[in-house]
Design a protein around this ligand. Structure first.
Ligand SMILES: Nc1ncnc2c1ncn2[C@@H]1O[C@H](COP(=O)(O)OP(=O)(O)OP(=O)(O)O)[C@@H](O)[C@H]1O
Ligand SMILES: [Mg+2]
Length: 462
């Protein structure tokens, strides 16, 4: 819930509680007052009727008294008047409703009918001794008044609560909205520190919100500067590395052609072999590896910089696999390894991407397999359609990749057993992973059957 809303709700509940209490007190008081006034009025009326009854009874004028009481019932706000003699018998009874009169209980016995308030007092009846006078008043108007008081109370309570809720909402909107603005900007700052813009401090001053805005501005400015500096530094470092590696290419080409030339003109023995044959072989192998390494570093830097592929074309992965197997057949054969190619009979649907990069992925995987498979072992390269895309697998019968190293092998410069691969740098799989993810695909490693490593990657359909 937003701050402004929770403040409005709190104020509303609080307001309802306070005004509810106040209204309840006011209503009870008004009720008590209304009752007291009615009782006072009743007592006065009762006293007046008693005087009238005593005056007439003293002179034995009951007939006139009956007429007076009839007039009273008709004119005043009195519902019934009954005079009882000393033994509780009705001497005189007048009422504006005969049925009501019949239902009246004698004084002190039983409850009055609904809507009637009964007051009684003793009265001197002249020669007939002492009796009791009972006067009944209608309470309808009193109840109506009480109902009105209660309704007015509820209305006042609801109005006050709504007014308080509105005030709370406005306060919440004012304070809450400013805080909400700061919160949104803090969230944005953590995502994009370089696009930081300072917050206005409102009216300034020393309020918590203003201090929060000021602290946010300081933090944002610092974070922005630090991020920019780091990005600049990283760019410079990358440029420097790329430049260095690039500049290595020319002397390397010169060295390689020099080595090859020297190898060609080297004096040969009677068996046709060059003198220092092993040294030449090592030199040729090392320069070739060094050149591959430089290419990998450059390619990786390029892939890391660009968010999209530079080339997009239709690539037939089955054709790529066929060409790769052909190129590696000689190397594998030299190591007495079997290189098997498994492709479906019908050509695979092409995928969109950079054919040269995808070919390097295949080369790297097969090259690794050749390097890790002992003489006499088997390497299988396969490609097949899967889920609309293409799945490529390279399995070997080498030692395999243990589960704990599987997440690591795709990291730059990772080598499980450094001593075994002198001359390798550990960039091949990192490059594969970059290329495959740039094509929207996934790459992974598992176990081959019955033993060995199984590297696979899938490229989704365009
Ligand atoms: N087929 C495989 N069988 C067993 N381990 C493998 C296999 N392929 C790769 N690895 C392990 O993964 C590590 C990383 O491979 P990656 O191709 O990235 O680097 P590299 O082959 O050592 O060097 P580079 O390819 O850059 O010349 C290797 O050093 C090796 O330990
Ligand atoms: Mg490799």
């Amino acid at each position: 819930m937003r701050l402004s809303q929770s403040l409005a709700l709190t104020f509303f509940l609080f307001g309802a509680l306070i005004t509810g209490g106040l209204v309840a007190r006011h209503v009870t008081q008004a009720r008590a007052e209304a009752y007291a006034r009615t009782r006072r009025l009743g007592a006065v009326t009762l006293e007046a009727v008693r005087s009238l009854v005593q005056a007439q009874a003293r002179q034995g004028r009951f007939l006139e008294l009956g007429r007076d009481l009839s007039g009273l019932v008709r004119l005043a706000d009195v519902a019934t008047v009954v005079v009882y003699d000393g033994r509780g018998r009705r001497l005189l009874a007048r009422g504006d409703d005969a049925a009501l009169l019949a239902r009246l209980p004698p004084p002190g016995r039983g409850a009055p009918p609904d809507g009637i308030y009964l007051a009684s007092t003793s009265v001197a009846l002249g020669a007939r001794g002492r009796g009791t006078l009972q006067v009944g008043f209608r309470t309808a108007s009193l109840e109506e008044r009480l109902r009105r008081i209660a309704a007015e109370g509820v209305q006042a309570g609801v109005t006050a609560s709504l007014a308080l809720a509105l005030a709370g909402w406005l306060i919440g909107l004012f304070a809450g909205e400013r805080i909400e603005r700061v919160v949104a900007r803090i969230e944005k700052l953590s995502a994009e520190p370089e696009r930081f813009r300072p917050l206005s401090r409102g009216s300034g001053g020393d309020s918590e919100v203003s201090r929060l805005a000021a602290a946010f501005n300081r933090m944002g400015a610092r974070l922005k500067a630090a991020t920019e500096a780091r990005r600049r530094l990283e760019e410079e470092r990358r440029e420097l590395t790329a430049m260095l590696v690039h500049d290595l290419k020319t002397p390397l080409t010169v060295i390689r052609s020099g080595v090859s030339l020297l190898g060609e003109i080297a004096p040969r023995g009677p068996d046709g072999r060059r003198e220092h044959e092993r040294t030449y072989e090592l030199l040729e192998l090392s320069t070739e590896r060094l050149q591959r390494m430089v290419e990998d570093v450059l390619q990786l830097a390029k892939l890391e910089e660009a968010s999209e592929l530079k080339r997009e074309e239709d690539v037939a992965l089955d054709e790529l696999a066929r060409a790769c197997a052909k190129d590696f057949a000689l190397v594998a054969g030299g190591r007495r390894q079997t290189l098997a190619l498994e492709l479906p009979e019908t050509p695979l649907a092409p995928v969109r991407g950079d054919g040269r990069l995808l070919r390097r992925v295949l080369d790297n995987l097969v090259h690794n397999a050749v390097e890790h498979t002992p003489p006499g072992g088997t390497i299988t390269l396969s490609a097949r359609a899967e889920g609309g895309g293409v799945l490529v697998e390279v399995s070997d019968s080498g030692p395999g990749v243990p589960p704990e190293a599987r997440a690591e092998v795709f990291r730059k410069f990772f080598q499980k057993d450094v001593k075994r691969h002198v001359g390798n740098v550990g960039l091949g799989l990192a490059l594969c992973e970059k290329v495959v993810t740039r094509h929207g695909g996934t790459i992974g490693v598992g176990d081959a059957r019955p033993r060995g490593a199984r590297f696979y990657f899938s490229i989704p359909a365009a």
